[in-house]
Design a protein around this ligand. Structure first.
Ligand SMILES: [Zn+2]
Length: 202
């Protein structure tokens, strides 16, 4: 039977008004002819065969994409968290802090014309210093010595305990005064020619 005739008969077939013989012809045709089958499905209010499958695939695809998006989001959050932890850790380890005078051992003295000062650290830190050097002058403006101002700072964690810093100088005719001023968190200690001159609370 021709498609046009089938399509004309389909409304009757749907209402079960066609003969058994026509029914058989129509059913055989519908099995073989995709165009009429889709026409019939549309008439019945069904969607053609291909569409639902395409839709299923599409939703699966969307689900896949959004799952991948979530994974990327989780990865980004993880990366940010790790960076925060690293940053906080480095601030704790590397942040410079001042040293309390009780936290270190300060040694000083004079041997012959050599004067010295030594600072021993008892913690796992490396003591660092900021400061300046000035010359000490007499009334006529001649240099008669040197003053070194040292502000104590710890900035680096050290796996080894008890690091030390040492200063030495020689007393001469042109260098009669050797003064080291150490600034701690709690006080300022002045050592001159290997002797303790003053200890000022801050
Ligand atoms: Zn047909």
């Amino acid at each position: 039977m021709k498609c046009e005739i089938i399509k004309d008969l389909l409304p009757l077939y749907m209402d079960k008004l066609t003969s058994q013989e026509s029914n058989r012809e129509i059913e055989v045709h519908l099995q073989r002819c995709r165009s009429c089958r889709e026409y019939y499905q549309e008439m019945k209010g069904e969607l053609p065969d291909i569409l639902p499958r395409a839709q299923v695939d599409e939703t699966a695809l969307i689900r896949k994409v959004s799952r991948k998006g979530k994974r990327m989001k989780r990865l980004a959050i993880l990366v940010i968290l790790v960076l925060c932890v690293l940053l906080a850790g480095s601030v704790v380890v590397f942040r410079p802090s001042k040293v309390d005078s009780s936290e270190v051992e300060l040694l000083y003295g004079r041997v012959g014309n050599t004067v010295y000062a030594q600072m021993n650290e008892s913690k796992n830190r490396t003591i660092q210093f900021t400061g300046s050097v000035d010359s000490i002058k007499d009334d006529k403006g001649n240099s008669i010595g040197q003053e070194m101002y040292l502000k104590t700072l710890t900035s680096v964690y050290s796996p080894q305990k008890g690091g030390e810093s040492r200063w030495e100088d020689t007393i001469t005719e042109d260098n009669q005064i050797v003064r080291w001023i150490f600034e701690f968190e709690d006080k300022i200690v002045t050592i001159e020619n290997g002797e303790l001159i003053s200890e000022e609370e801050k």
